[in-house]
Design a protein around this ligand. Sequence first.
Ligand code: SUG
Length: 441
Amino acid sequence: MTFIDAQIDRIVGPTHHFGGLGVGNLASQMHAGQTSNPRAAALQGLDKMRLVAGLGVPQLILPPQPRPYFALLKALGFTGSPAEILQSVLTKNPAILSAAASCSAMWTANAATVTPSCDRNVGSAVMTVANLSASLHRSIEAAQTQNELAALFGNALEVRQTLPGGAPMRDEGAANHMRFSGIDGQPGLNVFVYGDGSPEPQCHWPRQTKATGQAIARSHGLQEDNVFHLKQHPEAIDAGAFHNDVVAMSHHDLLIHHELAFAQGSCQEIERLRRRFEDVVQSPLRVLRISSKELSLNDAIKTYFFNSQIVTASHAGMTTWTILCPVQVKRNPVTYELVERLRAEQFFHTVHFVDLGQSMDGGGGPACLRLRVPLSEQELEHIPNSAFWTENRDSNLRHIISDRYPRELKLIDLANPEICQRSLETQELIAKCLGQKPANA
Ligand code: SUG
């Protein structure tokens, strides 16, 4: 059976702003309070989708989640008309206004963890929606994401609710999960990356726990031999690698990681992964460990080299690997040389540099902006046509964005009821354009 990695991206919403809300996320903190450009953010995201779809990869699109999320503000005790609520939350606790207006759901790599049917002994493919319980602004994404993913995939796979349990079971989805696989239809090997436990990072709270990875592996029915748990290096978390995909990337039989991605003592687990891969796939797992000498942790995090998005493109029966790197990788001589070397060594056939400046300033690169869902051709057929990227949809979306999105936004603007009303209406228009029922704010 042939499996294809569908990519799901979300249109960045009209209230995209720099709230400085990302836990342990240096880019987010560094840009806190700066003026954002929601229009550029949405168009940059669409440009990436166009590029991926143009490679022949199934590209699915989600609409922005409705923001500001008044349900949160009301649940936290703010009352009155929308204008009164907005004014009151701005005065009493602006961080809550920022959370309620955050467009962080655009980083869909954090939406869920996916297991294709071939990895399970019984049953269909399954995904568990991430609870994102490490931060207020992200935790409010889950309920809506659950409905959206169920609407997209309900006929193809099982969409499970978030893990219960709050902080001990904090889960950031596919950003901390890597799946290695060989020939289509064979079971893949699943690596869950976590940050808690000794030795702990000194500056930042780890966003994912080992218990979370274990719970997902169990509940997805993964065979124990095919499950691996790797601890993030505390130094990496402290340097700003709040998710594993900031310091490691994976695609089929390839793992590229920084030498400080995983804690000391992880070598044995990586060795077990290599051996198991060889047993199951009958060919070697390619592991590329980039030393600090080759690329410092700081440069890795500044450029988001490891957050490049790898896709398999098919043309006339030929498959090629394409890597989409943030343009910051090209601007840094060390990472530029590294990616050029990898291309020369045929790890990738094509390299594209993409400008995602607005997302990067919130701490999200190309790979953060997509959720990979390996689907059989049959499963793919069950996905509503209206969710796929097409030229026509792209042009309609660009029209709405160029017409209605602000070019400049600061937190204080989010207390303006007219801006908020317009934002909610725009979200509805985009949802309709993508054949989705508008959700409630
Ligand atoms: O969770 N930034 C996101 C970035 C997520 C990146 N995703 C992956 N690495 N897969 C986060 O920290 C910033 C919001 C703000 O500052 O307003 C934010 O939430």
